[in-house]
Design a protein around this ligand. Structure first.
Ligand SMILES: C[S@@+](CC[C@H](N)C(=O)[O-])C[C@H]1O[C@@H](n2cnc3c(N)ncnc32)[C@H](O)[C@@H]1O
Length: 214
């Protein structure tokens, strides 16, 4: 996935994005945010924010900084009603304009499967979060079942021709979280790694809770 085509797809898909997510990839956002154990005064990174599906679920008293590089997605996010204080920033998650150790926590939903260099993105999330910060990830993920992986390979190569709404949404159906979390050498402690295996190759997902190592 090249960046320009990713931006063009999400730019075009911004208006229908939430309908697609509701239909295929609904997840309750509040319980994910509760894992962050946020306290009043904390600053949390929402990387990336998209149309802001996470935003209404952050508690009051915290500041949420939502980053995305697609203008149309950020326009949708601006409309969200939120209890938390929200700042939206247009930037590439792999090269964020924040100092080191700026945030107390981070949430990343359906993001690293979209980015061609997920290691660079997670490395950057780790750079801008403080040591000891909790990072919650919920994402589409490559299955651990070889039979399902065959279907995911098919999606990877042919989803556009299968009539799936890939012209308004795009992702890497072979996003390998085992490789990213366990083989990348990034300074993380895994607090929870829950996989949602499904016979439906569109529905494989993971919830991973990390702590940035001191
Ligand atoms: C599937 S959406 C996820 C949005 C949101 N977190 C959610 O759960 O609905 C993926 C988003 O990633 C953004 N994106 C992709 N690559 C990016 C990058 N390198 N930097 C910033 N945003 C990026 C796209 O613009 C799109 O809004």
């Amino acid at each position: 996935m090249e960046d320009e085509s990713t931006k063009a797809i999400y730019g075009k898909g911004a208006e229908v994005y939430e309908e697609v997510m509701r239909k295929y990839w609904h997840v309750e956002r509040k319980p994910l945010i509760e894992h962050l154990k946020l306290k009043s005064g904390m600053k949390v990174l929402n990387a990336v924010v998209g149309t802001g599906l996470d935003l209404p679920h952050f508690p009051s008293g915290v500041t949420v900084v939502g980053v995305d590089y697609t203008k149309e997605m950020l326009e949708e996010a601006k409309q969200k009603k939120c209890a938390a204080r929200v700042e939206l920033r247009r930037m590439d998650i792999r090269e964020m304009d924040f100092p080191n150790e700026h945030f107390d926590a981070a949430l990343s939903t359906f993001t690293l499967c979209v980015i061609p260099s997920p290691k660079k993105a997670l490395q950057e999330i780790l750079r801008v979060t403080k040591a000891g910060s909790v990072i919650v990830i919920f994402d589409y993920a490559k299955s651990r079942n070889p039979e399902i992986i065959k279907w995911q390979e098919l999606i990877h190569n042919h989803a556009a021709n299968m009539g799936f709404p890939r012209d308004v949404i795009c992702w890497n159906s072979l996003m390998d979280y085992d490789d990213l979390i366990y083989n990348s050498g990034l300074p993380v402690e895994v607090m929870q790694d829950e996989r949602f295996e499904s016979e439906n190759p569109f529905s494989n997902a993971c919830k991973i809770i990390l702590r940035k190592r001191e």
